[in-house]
Design a protein around this ligand. Structure first.
Ligand code: PSU
Ligand code: MN
Length: 304
């Protein structure tokens, strides 16, 4: 199903690439607006788009601006997402109210995957997915990313799920929901800031072509629309020191609890806390992971 054109603006570049079946990679905007600090976030957003182009694919960063869906942003639009104070965080369920109210917002993995798939984009790159939070028994906080990925046919290249989460529980949910997981060059599920979460994955691919082969097989099989996760670890040389990670994460989770942070604010709060408490080292690992994912996603899109 194509998106209704009166609420959707697909950039000319993305439109032409899709029509000519050239490789396109969807990019989310929440990581830009709410996941990375200013002004570094704009530089990263621009760098990611350039990275996709350098591999011969077209970047399609997705966001909502003034109540319209944008697939592929120009420089000015990217600046708005990175710098404006009134850019909300929009999950998939927030799209309808945001469109109706005419507001602007950055799309999370759930909203981006949903919109990208409907625009006909097959590959999406991000940092780390949302998932089951560690305090789930008390808060029932499970990212809407998981439900949407269970219902959306798209390949998502990520460095696993954010390590602030309960990783084993999230992997279990992905299994229950029927979302496939491939380790890229590894039999361990990546740990976002860390090369490995320590959890095993059942399937490993070693090249973009092998990943593309799985995507094609999945499309040929039909069945329920669901996502395929290509879990691409951050290189060991660029990971956050695991001991430092574990220590500051404990502190950040305590602070989150003490301050009573809940709902959509939890993830940005924890990412920010980790950045402060590691003097920016977590930010470098985060950006390194996203870079690797964007590059791989472009190669997979090209191989398709
Ligand atoms: N990955 C990052 N930084 C981020 C996110 C992911 O490296 O900011 C965002 C994504 O948009 C993801 C969202 O969908 O965090 C999950 O938020 P929540 O846990 O509230 O669903
Ligand atoms: Mn949540």
């Amino acid at each position: 199903m194509l998106l209704r054109t009166e609420v959707t603006e697909v950039s000319t570049e993305v439109q032409e690439a899709l029509a000519a079946q050239r490789p396109v990679v969807a990019l989310e905007s929440t990581i830009i607006a709410h996941g990375l600090p200013r002004p570094h976030n704009l530089a990263v957003a621009e760098e990611l788009e350039a990275l996709v182009r350098s591999v011969g694919a077209v970047p399609a960063t997705i966001a909502i601006l003034d109540g319209r869906i944008h697939i592929g942003l120009d420089k000015r639009q990217l600046e708005r997402v990175a710098g404006d104070d009134d850019v909300r965080k929009l999950g998939q369920r927030d799209l309808a109210p945001a469109l109706a109210a005419g507001v602007s917002g950055a799309t999370t993995v759930s909203a981006t995957a949903f919109l990208a798939a409907r625009a006909g984009i097959r590959v999406f790159a991000t940092g780390g997915l949302g998932g089951v939070h560690r305090e789930w028994t008390e808060t029932q906080d499970e990212s809407a990313d998981l439900r949407v990925l269970a219902q959306t046919r798209i390949a998502v290249v990520c460095a696993g799920v954010k390590s602030v989460l309960d990783v084993p529980a999230t992997l279990q949910r992905l299994e229950t929901l029927g979302v496939g997981v491939l380790g890229y060059g590894t039999d361990r599920f990546p740990g976002f800031y860390l090369t490995s979460s320590g959890q095993p994955v059942d399937w490993t691919v070693r090249t973009p072509e092998e990943a593309a082969e799985v995507i094609r097989a999945k499309e040929a099989l039909g069945g329920p629309d669901s996502a395929l996760i290509v879990a691409n670890p951050v290189p060991e040389a660029e990971q956050l020191d695991p001991a430092l990670h574990d220590r500051v994460l404990g502190e950040a989770l305590d602070e989150c609890r003490e301050r009573g942070i809940s709902g959509q604010a939890v993830t940005p709060f924890l990412l920010d806390q980790l950045m402060r408490r590691t003097q920016g080292a977590s930010l470098e690992a985060n950006v390194a992971a996203v870079r690797g994912n964007v590059r791989l996603a472009a190669r997979i899109a090209a191989a398709l």
